[in-house]
Write a protein that binds this ligand. Structure first.
Ligand code: NAD
Ligand code: ZN
Length: 246
């Protein structure tokens, strides 16, 4: 299933950078945005997950985010997440860039995680900046949660459509892409910028680009290798193949 070239590349690399998307969490029961069974098909997420919706339809905005949080409190990492924890131990330098906001890479045990779109379980006050990490201490009962310090509006710590990414986090992700020897793009439709540009930064700097996804994406034909299938199946097999080579 894996080419000799890929396994040798991985074996002889000291720096691996991975970018994940909603596809790695699909087998945990977290809906993706695009692709078959994506959230998009049932909800107009493009309108819900925006600064305008937070400002003008605050109650519906929070209904959507509270629903996503409740769903996430019930799900667990899958075999694909755990394989990426094993992967972290293989390499001297390892960066896991994720577009996911679901916290599952951290729950699984990965350490060097860059959540470039934020983390849905964290919140902050728009008025005074007060932060609440995780769901403990978050006012769950109110339909529009208010800041316990100043009474201002709270929002989830995620990048909404039309908002900019944290520049420092983005710079770290771009550096990790520019300096790696192998770049894996996993479970992402590879269309949301600026994340979609990261594999091209890696490629421009000589890295070997590998895509693992359930279907073809705009990246597929530009990658050095493409593995079509489920991450929960492919990633554990990849770890087994690497283990054998050690
Ligand atoms: P996306 O929904 O656009 O694409 C997911 C891709 O994964 C699709 O190409 C799909 O074919 C593929 N896929 C689905 N199940 C798979 C599986 N089991 N194995 C392999 N591939 C599978 O996701 P994206 O590219 O991450 O979109 C980016 C935006 O969606 C981000 O802004 C992100 O914050 C947001 N998002 C996050 C979550 C989450 O945190 N879990 C969920 C939905 C959307
Ligand atoms: Zn406040």
């Amino acid at each position: 299933m894996f080419s000799e070239k890929l396994l040798l590349r991985l074996k002889h690399s000291s720096q691996l950078t991975i970018m994940t998307g909603a596809g790695v969490s699909a087998e945990s029961g977290v809906p993706t945005f695009r692709g078959k069974d994506g959230l998009w098909n049932n909800y107009d997420v493009q309108q819900l997950a925006t600064p305008q919706s937070l400002r003008d339809n605050t109650e519906i905005f929070w209904k959507f985010y509270s629903w996503r949080r409740e769903l996430l409190e019930k799900v667990k990492p899958n075999l694909g997440h755990y394989a990426l924890v094993d992967m972290e131990n293989f390499f001297e330098h390892f960066t896991l860039i994720t577009q996911n906001v679901d916290n599952l890479h951290r729950i699984a045990g990965n350490k060097n995680v860059l959540e470039i779109h934020g983390n849905i379980m964290n919140s902050y006050c728009i008025d005074c900046g007060e932060r609440i990490e995780g769901m403990d201490g978050f006012p769950k009962t109110e339909s529009i949660p208010k800041c316990h310090k100043c009474g201002g509006f709270m929002r989830p710590d995620v990048v909404l459509f039309g908002e900019h990414l944290d520049p420092q986090r983005l710079r770290q992700a771009q550096d990790a892409a520019a300096t790696c020897e192998v770049f894996l793009s996993i479970g992402t439709s590879a269309v949301v910028e600026p994340a979609a540009s990261l594999p091209y930064i890696a490629k421009g700097n000589g890295a070997y680009i590998v895509e693992i996804n359930a279907e073809k994406t705009p990246l597929t034909d530009n990658a050095d290798e493409s593995l079509i299938g489920q991450t929960g199946k492919i990633l554990p097999l990849l770890i087994m193949a690497l283990d054998k080579m050690r």
